[in-house]
Design a binder for this molecule. Structure first.
Ligand code: ATP
Ligand code: PRP
Length: 221
């Protein structure tokens, strides 16, 4: 008898943008998501067809649930995994939530100007690593959202943020000065859970992987 028979595999899923893209993928893998689709203000859901429990959390908290063993599996952006220096096993790139880090600012920004720059970002570690790689010491201001406001208001000289369609940058008359790492949604697993429940975890991951592979083949056709 599996040790999970009385315990559902706990999956911490990033709510919001990632959740919206992951639910159709889970459904294509025959995982019932009716409860998530009709969630209202609820935060924990069962898949009615399989022994799975979904926990909806903010991205940085998904890494905390995993680190502390409160979830077995996490579904979260690689931006968050890098920024929070997650040490969990990454098992799958889901090929969704695709975007890219960029350095952006107003048109008149001079990236080579010999002054100590002020950079606004939601991602201080990634920003520091980028400027370290350029040998530049910068001041970093942590911003929680609408990061594009920083160079527009004079709060910062430039920003490091993610962009997908480029719409936010364009509509705010900003310009991209450099391209950094690409980002996508990853499936990660708690190391202890993997040791304790490898069959259940790999069976879940294989289910998802088949859909991801099929989608990848359709796109590259
Ligand atoms: N414009 C984008 N295009 C594609 N993926 C994105 C984009 N912005 C963010 N992401 C990915 O989705 C994840 C979650 O983003 P989302 O905007 O839902 O949450 P958030 O940044 O915490 O915003 P909010 O505070 O509005 O909930 C990010 O960690 C990143 O991996
Ligand atoms: O290139 P685009 O397709 O326009 O996407 C880029 C925007 O998406 C993210 O913000 P989000 O929508 O998460 O809102 P936030 O500013 O509140 O974080 C990101 O911080 C950019 O602002």
């Amino acid at each position: 008898m599996s040790s999970l028979d009385n315990k559902r595999l706990k999956i911490a899923l990033t709510k919001g943008r990632v959740e919206k893209q992951v639910v159709p993928l889970l459904e294509a893998a025959n995982i019932n998501c009716d409860q998530i689709r009709n969630k209202k203000r609820r935060l924990i859901f069962d898949s009615e067809t399989q022994p799975l429990e979904f926990i909806l959390a903010k991205g940085p908290d998904v890494t905390t649930f995993l680190e502390r063993g409160a979830a077995d599996i996490g579904i979260v952006g690689s931006d968050i995994l890098t920024e929070h220096q997650s040490s969990q096993y990454e098992l799958l790139d889901l090929g969704i939530g695709k975007c890219q880090f960029v350095l952006a600012s107003t048109q008149d920004f001079d990236p080579k100007a010999p002054k100590r720059k002020i950079i606004g970002t939601k991602y201080p570690l990634i920003t520091k690593r980028y400027f370290d790689s350029l040998g530049q010491d910068v001041e970093i201001i942590k911003i929680e959202g609408s990061v594009e406001l920083a160079p527009l208001t004079g709060l910062a000289d430039a920003i490091v943020d993610i962009t997908e369609t480029g719409t936010t940058i364009r509509e705010n008359n900003l310009k991209i000065f450099d391209y950094l790492d690409k980002v996508s949604t990853r499936l990660v697993v708690n190391r202890m859970s993997l040791k304790q429940h490898p069959d259940e975890i790999f069976s879940f991951v294989d289910q998802i992987k088949q859909v991801v592979d099929k989608k990848g083949k359709t796109i590259s056709k």
